[in-house]
Design a protein around this ligand. Structure first.
Ligand SMILES: *Cc1c(COP(=O)(O)O)cnc(C)c1O
Length: 463
């Protein structure tokens, strides 16, 4: 996705006039509960703590950079999604946001289902004991090997993304002597991000089968004739980091229109509708995400209203939040290496990680917040840009942020809301090793994904 096509809206830095920044916060030491994980607070010495453990101790034991994940918060968010939708709907956690075996076990225990989109994610899910029937398999180019493994494992659904895949999955299922439950992913011409959505007739992207031009109807026609497939529903995913429900409204209207056409043409009422994920979280204090119960209520009302109008029984709804569950539960802890004031511009603060542990700022122009974590300070705020250690000038972690003017090498700073799409998109650029993920709960910290070592890197390089 090109930068210009990604999260926009009036608060986006690109549309602010040069040199225009919001005023510094009144208290640089305050922690906005919107962007920090549930148990994050400051202890009596002013040191940031999570799950009752202070970050100086965590840094000593696990090193920096590292992601610290608040397990209770993860479980609470997963549970609140599940209870918000109740027993008449299914919540699939989107594994691509962040997946590990510990996460799979938490999801299983909290009664959620799981989306995977590669053989590697499928292997992780199965190896941690997620029942196959609670797994959905996504992707626009699943290999025949991946499809075979998914069908053999008995995944609950495969989400079909192209005409070729309809035939491919049907063929493999038949070879294996089974009927695979499938949904068809369609694109409804709704492009949604953050504070805006655009509804068009066509959608210019690689995922799904277009509703436009009767293509989705044709896909349904073909899927219904194939013995290897049991078509259970239609899938639509409209974007990411969405706050505004009106995009879902247009999408649901169009999906239900297709369900009505299917009933009229084939006499079949498909029992399920999947509205995808994409619900937004707070990366900065300016973001106001909705609670799961508000989202559940809104989506259920929209689908019920549309189905009533089409005189269809309301299908079972499923949703696929990734970011909204794991995003707010983790922060990245860095050590400051250098502090470089550039007169009249800003101060560059270099940390011991960067675009290899958080590519979202470089890739999407994403916004983050940051706080001094190892102490509090009463120094005047200074406008900073937090940058990494990579050989690349676009290696920015936090574009614009205020940090105390006495910030110095050796200080620990923390970037909140890095639970989603940070470790999962991490790279080894510059042969930097990827940081660990440490789960913290009730005064105990344990590594759930260990730090890579240079030996790991050399092991892949067979000379
Ligand atoms: C990425 C993705 C999701 C999850 O998106 P979030 O923004 O993390 O909620 C859900 N469903 C599908 C099909 C996706 O591609």
């Amino acid at each position: 996705m090109s930068r210009s096509a990604h999260p926009a809206g009036p608060r986006h830095a690109d549309v602010l006039p040069e040199g225009h920044y919001s005023a510094p916060p009144t208290d640089l030491n305050a922690l906005d509960s919107k962007v920090w994980a549930e148990t994050v607070t400051r202890d009596t010495d002013g040191v940031l703590t999570v799950g009752g453990i202070d970050v100086r101790r965590l840094a000593e034991e696990f090193g920096t950079p590292a992601y610290f994940l608040d397990e209770d918060d993860f479980r609470a968010r997963a549970r609140s999604w599940r209870t918000a939708f109740g027993d008449d709907a299914d919540v699939f956690y989107a594994g691509k946001a962040f997946l590990s075996r510990a996460v799979v076990r938490w999801l299983h225990e909290e009664g959620l289902n799981l989306d995977v989109c590669s053989g590697g994610e499928l292997a992780t899910a199965l190896s941690a004991g997620m029942p196959a029937e609670r797994i959905a398999f996504h992707g626009n180019n699943k290999s025949t090997d991946e499809i075979r493994r998914a069908v053999e494992a008995g995944v609950g659904r495969i989400v079909l993304d192209s005409f070729q895949e309809i035939v491919r999955v049907a063929h493999i299922a038949q070879e294996l002597g089974t009927r695979q439950r499938v949904q068809i992913r369609i694109t409804v011409g709704v492009e949604a991000h953050t504070h805006e959505f655009i509804a068009t007739a066509h959608e210019d992207q690689k995922f799904g089968i277009p509703l436009a031009g009767g293509q989705a109807a044709e896909a349904v026609r073909r899927a219904l004739t194939l013995d290897g497939l049991e078509l259970i529903g239609i899938h639509s995913h409209i974007g990411s980091q969405i706050f505004d429900m009106s995009g879902f409204e247009v999408a649901a209207h169009r999906v239900v229109g297709l369900l009505r056409d299917i009933r009229d043409e084939h006499g079949v009422e498909l029992p399920e509708i999947d509205l995808g994920g994409g619900l937004g979280i707070a990366y900065t204090s300016d973001d106001d995400p909705r609670e799961p119960h508000e989202i559940a209520k809104a989506l259920t009302e929209i689908v019920t209203r549309e189905c009533d109008a089409a005189r269809l029984a309301t299908p079972r709804i499923s949703v696929e939040p990734g970011r909204a569950i794991v995003g707010p539960t983790a922060f990245t802890l860095y050590e400051v290496g250098t502090v470089k004031p550039l007169d009249g511009l800003r101060t560059y603060v270099s940390v011991d990680g960067g675009m290899s542990d958080n590519i979202r700022t470089a890739l999407y122009d994403a916004e983050y917040s940051v706080a001094l974590a190892s102490r509090v300070s009463e120094a005047e705020p200074m406008l900073c840009r937090v940058v990494g250690k990579h050989c690349e000038s676009g290696d920015i972690v936090v574009k614009d942020a205020f940090l105390p003017g006495d910030l110095a090498p050796g200080d620990l700073i923390a970037v909140p809301a890095t639970g989603a799409y940070c470790r999962s998109m991490a790279s080894n650029y510059n042969h930097v090793v990827r940081p660990p993920v440490v789960a913290v709960r009730d005064g105990e910290a344990r590594v759930i994904v260990r730090r890579e070592t240079e030996e790991d890197l050399l092991r892949l390089d067979v000379g």
